[in-house]
Design a protein around this ligand. Structure first.
Ligand code: ZN
Length: 162
């Protein structure tokens, strides 16, 4: 496994719609391993492949539970959505900035795993928010595009302390 460089500052690949994965091979599996290592190294909770310069529809995300399982999703697609809530988000590709972003509260996502098997996830709250944030990356969308309000650094400080 190896760390990959996380792209930021509106790098063009962050604004590119990522392509479907047609062939799940060793290159894809190695990329997923590297993305997980890179996400953990950066203390992030999710990472999309185009954030490390690969415009393919692949994401990894923490399940936010104590066992800290990582979802590995290839060609993810939102099948059902329900509700909406606003929450604070940041992004490894937008360092130091945080904003309040409305997201669906509950989602059902289908995708392929690294064995090429179809998986279906029913998520709500924070894990749903993380997946929606990462799926937006795959469409070239950043959370700053959807934020209803960006926080100023002092506000974020008090948020972290509380
Ligand atoms: Zn992000």
């Amino acid at each position: 496994m190896a760390l990959r460089k996380i792209l930021s500052d509106n790098h063009p690949v962050l604004r590119t719609r990522a392509q479907e994965v047609k062939n799940i091979n060793n290159v894809v599996c190695r990329l997923i391993d590297d993305m997980i290592e890179t996400m953990h190294d950066s203390e992030g909770v999710g990472l999309a492949a185009n954030q490390v310069g690969v415009p393919k529809r692949i994401l990894v995300a923490s399940d936010c539970q104590e066992d800290a399982k990582v979802y590995e999703l290839i060609n993810p697609r939102c099948e059902e959505v329900e509700g909406e809530e606003v929450g604070v988000e940041g992004c490894l590709s937008v360092p130091g900035q945080y904003g309040q972003v409305p997201r669906y509260q509950k989602i059902i996502v289908s995708a392929l795993n690294r064995k090429g098997e179809k998986v279906r996830l029913r998520l709500e709250g924070l894990p749903a928010r993380i997946l929606l944030h990462e799926m937006d990356h795959l469409d070239g969308i950043l959370f700053t595009d959807k934020a209803v309000r960006m926080l100023d650094p002092d506000e974020m400080k008090s948020e972290e302390e509380s």
